[in-house]
Write a protein that binds this ligand. Structure first.
Ligand SMILES: [Zn+2]
Length: 399
């Protein structure tokens, strides 16, 4: 089996090795080396990428029997090869991983909560804590402790111990394996059984920052965090957004939330005013339409077609119209198709649903409603036909 050199050295990125097997793994080419620094996805940490000779390493997997499979994009023959690990990706993974250990310990020290599980994804890392509630004050306090450990540039040591020696270490969590246990010590602060790649001094992490948190199943709280290069990128984005908003809204950054709330409040107030004025306008319109309406057998018969009024406006207008006694209205609009509202005042005793069925049977389309108020419509090509039939049928009924 390949020697797993990444367990004792996180920093070697260039090495020579011997290919001992090339095989098919789920349709992909998997290379097995006699020894490797390529880290396989495990323990919540993402795999390395890089090159073996000229073939790109796109995934690294540890098989169930402990073999390290380097999945490559390309071909490779047996013999000596030159290997190169993508350092930017590896170093970021190291920053995230050691950062996670420190953050988990800081939560334990200050808030007495345990990290139940952790994940170091491609964009952010997460830890699931057995705590019900977090707030900014608590999180900021934890961040300060975690970053204090970073700024003190403490040594990060790797211990290989057997089961009997393990009691010498105040482990944050019990090991998941037995036999030889690998313990990562953040000097005098945290001791965790772990197989991941870590920085050798905490200063290399740069910064540990919590982004957000949320409640998840099992009464846990999931905390999203970023370290090092990811924290810098995150700060760059946040700073850009904040500066742009400050320029747009002409306030200081601490006043942004208050200012946006004011704008939203003002917008709501304007919408209320628009609704009020629209209703008033429609009232006047309804009065004029009643005054100018055709009189059919003592009934105000209002039929109007509009080019682009939405159905909600038609409804409001129809309701205003039928507040007048002895009134029938057919309102139509071509806005987004053929739209119709037929309505009558309560003292005109005809069943509009029956008339609607007759109209739909003859022209197609869809619709529904109550005996005194129906809405219907169809394709735009049917607009004129539907409008004409509606007016004709209604007039016949009341004549
Ligand atoms: Zn770990």
């Amino acid at each position: 089996m390949a020697r797993k050199l990444y367990y004792s050295d996180s920093y070697t990125t260039q090495f020579r090795a011997r290919v001992i097997d090339v095989k098919n793994h789920n349709g992909q080419t998997a290379v097995i080396l006699d020894e490797t620094y390529f880290y396989p996805t495990s323990g919540g940490q993402e795999h390395d990428t890089g090159l073996i000779d000229n073939a790109r390493v796109i995934d690294v997997i540890e098989s169930e029997d402990g073999e390290i499979l380097h999945i490559i994009d390309g071909n490779l023959s047996h013999g000596e090869v030159e290997c190169q690990i993508d350092w930017d990706r590896r170093f970021s993974n190291m920053q995230q991983h050691t950062g996670q250990h420190i953050l988990s310990r800081a939560f334990e020290v200050l808030l007495n909560c345990e990290t139940i599980s952790s994940r170091l994804g491609d964009d952010v890392g997460t830890i699931d804590l057995d705590i019900e509630k977090l707030d900014y004050d608590k999180v900021h306090e934890v961040e300060f402790l975690a970053n204090q450990i970073v700024w003190e540039n403490r040594e990060v040591k790797i211990h290989f111990v057997n089961d009997s020696e393990i009691t010498k270490f105040p482990l944050r969590k019990p090991p998941k394996v037995s036999g030889t246990i690998r313990i990562i010590e953040v000097s005098d602060f945290d001791y965790s059984p772990c197989g991941g790649t870590h920085v050798s001094r905490t200063g290399e992490i740069g910064l540990i920052k919590v982004k957000r948190w949320e409640r998840v199943k099992g009464g846990l709280t999931r905390v999203e965090f970023v370290c090092g290069v990811r924290a810098l990128r995150d700060y760059q984005i946040k700073n850009k957004v904040s500066n742009e908003l400050v320029a747009l809204l002409s306030v200081r950054d601490l006043e942004l939330v208050e200012q946006v709330n004011k704008i939203l409040e003002a917008q709501k107030e304007k919408q209320r005013l628009i609704n009020f004025l629209t209703e008033k306008l429609i009232e006047f319109e309804a009065e004029r339409l009643i005054r100018d309406s055709e009189k059919v057998n003592g009934v105000n018969f209002v039929s109007v077609s509009f080019e682009n009024r939405n159905i909600d406006e038609l409804k409001i207008l129809a309701r205003k119209l039928i507040q007048n006694p002895k009134t029938i209205s057919v309102l139509a609009s071509k806005f987004g198709g053929a739209n119709f509202i037929m309505a009558r005042s309560s003292d005109v005793e005809i069943n509009l649903r029956e008339i609607l069925n007759e109209i739909l049977n003859s022209t197609g389309g869809r619709g529904g409603g109550k005996d005194d108020f129906v809405q219907f419509g169809g394709s735009l090509e049917k607009f004129e036909e539907m409008f004409k039939i509606s007016v004709d049928r209604l007039k016949t009924k009341i004549s």
